[in-house]
Design a protein around this ligand. Structure first.
Ligand code: C2E
Ligand code: CA
Ligand code: CA
Length: 898
């Protein structure tokens, strides 16, 4: 530090010359610059002369006097200092002739600043005494004074003492203020020379008058200096720097008023009036016109000089040009504001951490982000996720990375956030570690990443892997299996009749069902296998390790069994089963694509076998599927002729054994492969055009057969045909059937229809109701087919004119073994009774089943036990064997057996 030197002299070369001219006049050339420790200050001849001069004045120990007091007060006010005094340095003591502020009248010479001041003609400025070893331990500094400025009192070439100002806060002293201090020191010297007791009111003007000095004062700091009468009229002024363009005359009298910015005038007058009342100096920041059309910011300091009687003698004032500083400060403020806004927009907060004391200082933004007081480190740390704490501790250990990519933080309002931190370790002057950093709230970014990741890898509905992620998992699993001679199995799980649920119960129900499927899959498979939803109602399970094909099939069966419990949605129960295809690497395929295809074929075969089951891939499947695809093409070609023909399966009254009628089932007489059942061309029914053609063909053939049997005197009861959902798409369906019957001359009541509940679902329900109503009016029986397997709803039984319920074969099959199935059958029979419907059991194959059904009160049976589907030509013989009487038995629908 260069306390006591002249920092301004170094930095303001341009003004140095002027300054020196001025100071040379008052004998201020620095000739005895102290360098060494002053403790061994020699009491030389110069000192002896000095002491002699001091004693000659007989000032030491004299009582206070107004003249000196006025000067120290002025000094204090002019510099806005805490204390000021006039000191006289005796042999070992510093005695203060006049003082203002909290300082002692007297001190040891070695305990004061002023003994240093008198070693040179220059002003001594100590910006911060604590920074200077010469002063740091002085008693006055320990009492709290940090700043000192002193100008020597030079009388006849001897420096007797100093005019000093002190402040409690460290600060600097500009060149103008140094000059003013020198001027005031001159006033003290004048006062000394004038002798004790002289009237102080005469002191000022004489010292400020020389025009040249005024000009110099103004010049050194680009400022305006002036004196004004008590009335406010300026009597003397000097302008320089940015105001140099102005003439002194622009200020004189009250002309200066025009220089002050209109917006600042009022403030200035108010302060002036206050200063006048209290006799106190003031400072004000205001704009002055520079004479060239610009307003410049200046710092004004005004000191009222008050006479002993309290009246105002005059004003002295100076204006520092602070325009650049103001602009810089303003720019700084705006920059700080920009930074604050940027931090807020980026959800960032800055902080400084002392690892030793664990004290943290955070900015105001931190409270908004973290929700805890800004200085409370523990409160913030407690909220870090326990699993993430170790990252934090490691990061701030000495030499740690200081950066944390992401930790989870629980905001006091309960939500979890993600925070990221960038920090830097620093050492302060005394070598203490500090960590300075920025903490970001990256929750939004993290969530967006998470969303993006999920969108790319997860099925949004179920949260399972999506198809792309599954493919990646499969590829990974295969390369791992190749390396370890392991196995990879995939299970393709397809929800049967999902489309019906979606159509009937709505998409919400469909979505809920798919979520439930995912949950059940997870429950059955446990944490091991990968689960994925490949799309629609298709799911996949990936099993790694060494599981044999049999084990995978076992898991598939467990999954299928898990589907048997009904799915509940909105208080309704949705029946739905799963078909599952199983394929295994390396047994069934060499690569991912082939493995998927094999599993797909296995799934296909599971569906073909009647759904609700699992099937393992067999090489034969591939050939079968290919054949099937070819078949659909062929059937289209065959529709024109008689290739499709009905076969008839009898229905038997379980109580009497009588034949109640037949069900007509479509058969395809293939030129090469012989008779083909619908299972092989089920796909054809999905195609509306083919389904309609088959339906029409069946209606005509059945009508013709009925006509023939009736003509031969046989009574076949009623013959039911199956109608697919596609057929209900045509509004003239009844007309087609009626036309076929009418043309053959068969009464309409002879024909019955079987529909599955799926035809009731979806958008066409109203049209279906109308069509069924027409059938009912024509006296035709309507049977609800495959009851219990689809979307079972009692409302259908009420809404539609149903006569019969057909219990699905799958319930009859295990009737004797499975109590659940038996319960369902019993319930359906009870239901039929309650609604006044006849209940028909399908697929009755054994005497045991027949017995059970009869015992339960089932009305009719159908199945291999009573007769397989037979060609029309065999029906008369069948009827004859069952002792059916002639058609003349009339309109009775049920014919007693012999
Ligand atoms: P469905 O209406 O449930 O017909 C009963 C099916 O069970 C028939 O199969 C029949 O051969 C078979 N079946 C009857 N009793 C037994 C038994 O004791 N044991 C076993 N294992 N099976 C038995 P089919 O003839 O293969 O017909 C399959 C399905 O094709 C039919 O199921 C029906 O939904 C559909 N279908 C058949 N003909 C037509 C038709 O002309 N039009 C339409 N739309 N669908 C038809
Ligand atoms: Ca049927
Ligand atoms: Ca059926």
């Amino acid at each position: 530090m260069n306390n006591g030197c002249h920092p301004d002299f170094c930095s303001r070369k341009s003004t140095v010359a002027q300054y020196h001219v001025e100071f040379a006049r008052v004998g201020m050339n620095d000739t005895s610059r102290p360098d060494g420790p002053d403790a061994n200050l020699p009491i030389d001849t110069e000192e002896a002369t000095r002491l002699e001069a001091l004693r000659a004045l007989s000032l030491l120990g004299t009582p206070p006097s107004a003249g000196f007091d006025r000067i120290v007060e002025t000094a204090r006010d002019l510099f806005g200092a805490a204390a000021a005094y006039v000191s006289l340095i005796e042999g070992e003591r510093e005695w203060r002739k006049a003082l203002v502020g909290d300082v002692a009248r007297e001190a040891r010479r070695c305990d004061g600043f002023c003994r240093h001041t008198i070693r040179s003609d220059a002003v001594l400025v100590v910006e911060d005494a604590l920074d200077d070893p010469r002063f740091a331990s002085l008693p006055i500094v320990r009492e709290g004074y940090r700043f000192y400025a002193g100008a020597p009192l030079v009388v006849d070439g001897a420096r007797l003492g100093a005019l000093a100002v002190l402040d409690r806060a460290p600060r600097g002293l500009g060149a103008t203020d140094r000059t003013l201090l020198v001027e005031l020191a001159k006033a003290v010297v004048d006062e000394i020379e004038r002798g004790r007791g002289r009237d102080a009111s005469t002191l000022q003007p004489s010292r400020f008058t020389p025009e040249r000095r005024f000009q110099a004062l103004a010049a050194v700091n680009a400022c305006v200096v002036w004196r004004a009468a008590a009335s406010g009229e300026i009597t003397e002024a000097a302008l320089s720097g940015p105001f140099a363009a102005r003439a002194t005359a622009d200020l004189l009298g009250l002309a200066w008023l025009d220089l002050v910015h209109p917006a600042d005038r009022r403030r200035l007058f108010r302060r002036g009036l206050g200063a006048r009342r209290r006799g106190a100096s003031f400072e004000e920041t205001l704009r002055l016109s520079d004479g060239e059309g610009r307003w410049r910011w200046t710092q004004l300091r005004v000191v009222p000089l008050v006479r002993e009687d309290g009246t105002l003698a005059e004003w002295i004032g100076k204006c520092m040009d602070v325009h650049e500083r103001m602009l810089a400060e303003d720019a700084g403020r705006r920059e700080a504001e920009r930074l604050r806004l940027a931090l807020a927009a980026g959800r960032m907060s800055t902080w400084e951490y002392d690892p030793e004391t664990r004290a943290i200082v955070r900015d105001a933004a931190s409270e908004a982000i973290l929700g805890v007081p800004r200085d409370d480190l523990e409160a913030a740390l407690e909220r870090i996720h326990p699993e993430d704490r170790p990252f934090l501790d490691a990061a701030y250990a000495p030499g740690g990375p200081c950066c944390i990519d992401a930790v989870r933080y629980r905001h006091p309002d309960g939500r979890w956030m993600w925070l990221s931190t960038r920090a830097q370790e620093m050492r302060d002057a005394d070598g203490r570690r500090r960590v300075v950093g920025v903490t970001f709230d990256i929750t939004e970014r993290k969530e967006a990443e998470e969303r993006a990741w999920r969108a790319a890898n997860r099925d949004s509905l179920t949260g399972l892997e999506n198809r792309a992620a599954f493919q990646r998992s499969l590829a990974r699993a295969l390369s791992c299996a190749r390396a370890t001679a392991g196995r990879v199995s995939i299970l393709l799980v397809d929800v049967d009749d999902f489309k019906d649920v979606n159509d009937a119960a709505g998409h919400d129900a469909g979505d809920a069902l798919l979520r439930e499927v995912a949950a059940r899959l997870a429950r059955v498979t446990g944490s091991g296998p990968h689960l994925a939803r490949l799309g629609g109602d298709e799911f996949a399970v990936l099993i790694e390790g060494h599981a044999e094909v049999g084990e995978s099939l076992g898991l598939a069966q467990a999954i299928e069994a898990g589907f048997r419990a009904p799915f509940m949605h909105g208080g309704r129960s949705l029946a739905c089963r799963a078909s599952i295809g199983v394929a295994c690497f390396p047994d069934h395929a060499d690569d991912a694509q082939e493995l998927m295809m094999s599993a797909d074929l296995a799934l296909f075969s599971a569906k073909e076998q009647g759904r609700g089951r699992a099937a393992v891939y067999r090489p034969a499947l591939r050939a079968a599927v290919e054949a099937r695809v070819a078949l659909v093409g062929e059937i289209r070609a065959a529709l024109g002729g008689d290739a499709i023909e009905p076969h008839y399966q009898p229905k038997i009254d379980l109580a009497t054994g009588a034949v109640t009628g037949f069900e007509a089932l479509a058969r395809w007489r293939h030129p090469v492969r012989g008779l083909i059942t619908p299972g092989a061309f089920a796909d054809a029914f999905e195609n509306a055009e083919i389904a309609l053609a088959i339906g029409e063909r069946m209606a005509r053939a059945v009508s013709a057969d009925l006509a023939a049997w009736l003509g031969q005197g046989f009574d076949p009861g009623t013959v039911a045909i199956n109608l697919s959902a596609a057929e209900f798409g045509r509004a003239d369906l009844p007309d087609v059937l009626f036309a076929a019957l009418d043309e053959a001359g068969v009464p309409r009541w002879r024909l019955g229809v079987e529909v599955t509940e799926t035809v009731f679902l979806g958008k066409r329900a109203e049209a279906v109701a109308a069509t069924l109503a027409r059938f009912a009016r024509a006296g035709m029986r309507i049977a609800l087919d495959d009851f219990g397997t689809g979307y079972a709803s009692l409302t259908h039984l009420k809404q539609f004119p149903v006569d019969d319920i057909k219990i699905d074969r799958s319930f009859v099959r295990d009737l004797e073994r499975d109590p659940g199935d038996a319960a369902i059958v019993a319930a359906v029979i009870g239901l039929g009774r309650a609604f006044g419907l006849r209940v028909v059991a399908e697929g009755v194959e054994t005497g045991g089943q027949e017995e059970r059904l009869r015992g339960m009160g089932c009305d009719e049976g159908q199945g291999f036990r009573f007769g397989k589907p037979m060609p029309a030509s065999r029906v008369p013989m069948f009827l004859r064997e069952h002792g059916a009487a002639s058609a003349s038995a009339g309109a009775g629908r049920v014919l007693a057996v012999g």
